[in-house]
Design a protein around this ligand. Structure first.
Ligand code: CIZ
Length: 302
């Protein structure tokens, strides 16, 4: 029997559901019950009867699944699969920001640890950051946005509201430069350009559409054009190509590769199901605080 069959047999025995983020390896995406973004996957898993979630992604994503489904066992096949952007801010930094910007609301991107979420007022995704900023700014609140500086800038521009930005960045998205886009467009002059809002303003300016990963998957299905240059982590190309066999998708650059996302392998998934570890364990008060922060997100899901 092959490794895929071993995983599927054990998945059934453990009553597990396997989630794969859009940036995962092709073979991991192909094996998963659901492929998507971190919040969407966490919500999908919460609606299943599974007692065990195997989250193929990075740590903050598996933590989100635990926050949404505290009664389920959440396994992250590689505990060292970390997100450098999420790790640019700590719970202590949030406490210091509260002191520095007294009375301001602190809005965190979903790419944050559970501890950071527990200290913030509200959470947003890349899909709804602009509408959440707009909504929070409506009553005149001052806003602090953590941790991603590019998403903060994009949301602020779209919402027409000022935010104080923490100024963190995703090394994978910032590896995509405006030259990469110009060169890709020279190679594929008929292609439309999709860019993730974690990209720099220079890249965003050259894009036809600025989209979250799920937004890219949705638009690709509807897209009239048959060629798309994709400025985000290259793992998403597998899903885009699988779901749209009549269209062509090109990476803006092969440099947009997140080594953390690729730490999860079939071998590690099998091992996690055999050993029922590494498991995400969070203190009760952290889950409670992070759930409060995530709650507002459901009203702005798009
Ligand atoms: O939360 C996610 O899944 C991320 C990191 C991005 C996105 O645009 O889906």
């Amino acid at each position: 029997m092959g490794i895929v069959e071993d995983i599927l047999r054990l998945k059934k025995k453990r009553r597990a559901v396997i989630l794969a983020h859009n940036y995962q390896r092709p073979e991991v995406q192909d094996l998963a019950d659901f492929v998507g973004d971190s919040l969407g996957l966490s919500i999908q898993a919460s609606g299943t009867a599974a007692g065990v979630i195997v989250f193929c992604g990075v740590r903050f994503m598996a933590e989100t699944a635990k926050i949404v489904s505290p009664g389920k066992t959440v396994l992250l096949p590689d505990m060292d699969a970390l997100c450098p952007l999420a790790d640019m801010i700590t719970a202590e930094d949030i406490t210091a920001l509260r002191r520095e910007h007294e009375g301001a609301k602190i809005l965190c991107y979903v790419n944050t640890s559970a501890q950071v979420k527990a200290g913030c007022d509200m959470c947003c995704t890349s899909a709804n950051a602009a509408s959440v900023v707009k909504e929070l700014a409506r009553d005149g609140s001052r806003l602090v946005f953590v941790p991603d500086g590019n998403l903060a800038e994009y949301a602020s521009e779209q919402a027409g509201a000022d935010v104080v930005s923490w100024g963190g960045f995703c090394p994978t998205h910032t590896a995509i430069t405006d030259e990469c886009i110009v060169e890709a467009k020279n190679r594929h002059p008929d292609a439309v350009v999709y860019a993730h809002p974690e990209c720099t303003s220079e890249v965003r300016r050259l894009a036809d559409r600025i989209l979250s990963t799920e937004g890219m998957c949705w638009y690709a299905r509807e897209e009239k054009g048959r060629e798309v240059i994709v400025a985000t982590e290259t793992g998403i190309l597998h899903r885009l190509r699988r779901e749209n066999p009549g269209k062509r998708f090109f990476a803006a650059t092969e440099e947009a590769f997140c080594p953390n996302m690729k730490r999860v392998t079939l071998e590690k998934i099998l091992q996690a199901l055999e050993r029922m570890e590494p498991e995400i364990v969070l203190p009760r008060e952290v889950i409670h605080g992070a759930r409060r922060c995530l709650r507002g997100l459901f009203m702005h899901r798009s």
